[in-house]
Design a protein around this ligand. Structure first.
Ligand code: ZN
Ligand code: FE
Length: 243
């Protein structure tokens, strides 16, 4: 029996958004996460000879749902959290916290991570060690608190930190170098930061992206994962908002 492998392709959209196209290596049926816009996605699917079977949105912000309805064309289902169901046009199914569903033939667990918005979810594929976090977590950063409180966001980040260290973090925006400048400005004692930022600069200069990152590395370097108290976390979030 041929083994099933989840293939994950990165699709940059708008100015700095990431969508992700998932399919099993033995199938041409694709799922897209967070389609910001429709026409580049259509072109990409055609080029790869993939057929869209499912759209999942990590939260209701336009840069994560903007292309969903047009791509769905009333045929392809659109999933989001049950909280977001009523505020994402065309959403056909609301997912609940801890729900396990098959996506691209692979088991996916839904993790509610309120903070950036109240309906934000993360999508975890244990077998592939892949976690799609939308705007909850970025490399060296985290999402702004648009709807939730710091306590909610910290609880959400703690849920993600409980996953295995080797988990690959697929985030929603290419903010890593800017986040890196912010972390440098905090003057924390993080000798590894320089090496990591040089690695990211190399990737970017070749037209590649910093997604996915590794949970292990983020636990050490991300100022929103290594803060020692709610107060310290909140101070860092406020500083980053005005950085
Ligand atoms: Zn957002
Ligand atoms: Fe976003």
């Amino acid at each position: 029996v041929a083994s099933k492998t989840l293939r994950i392709q990165i699709l940059p959209l708008l100015s700095d958004n990431f969508s992700y196209v998932l399919h099993d290596s033995h199938s041409t049926l694709a799922t897209i996460i967070d389609p910001s816009e429709s026409s580049p996605v259509r072109k990409f699917l055609a080029k790869e000879a993939l057929n869209l079977e499912l759209i999942i949105c990590t939260h209701h912000h336009l840069d994560h749902v903007g292309g969903a309805q047009e791509l769905a064309d009333q045929k392809v289902p659109i999933w989001a959290s049950d909280y977001d169901r009523s505020r994402i046009a065309g959403c056909t199914r609301g997912l609940s916290d801890s729900e396990e569903v098959l996506v691209a033939g692979h088991k996916m667990r839904v993790i509610f991570v309120p903070g950036h918005t109240l309906g934000q979810i993360a999508l975890y594929f244990e077998e592939a060690s892949a976690l799609f976090v939308g705007d909850t977590l970025f490399s060296l950063g985290c999402g702004r608190l648009f709807e939730g409180t710091a306590d909610q966001m910290i609880a959400s980040l703690n849920k993600l930190m409980a996953l295995p260290d080797e988990t690959k973090i697929y985030f929603g925006h290419e903010y890593t170098l800017r986040n890196g400048e912010f972390v440098e400005s905090l003057n924390l004692n993080l000798p590894e930061l320089k090496t990591y930022l040089q690695h990211v600069r190399d990737l970017r200069s070749k037209g590649n992206f910093s997604t996915p990152s590794l949970l292990d590395l983020e636990k050490r370097l991300n100022p929103f994962l290594n803060a020692h108290s709610v107060e310290e976390w909140t101070r860092r979030r406020a500083l980053r908002n005005h950085f």
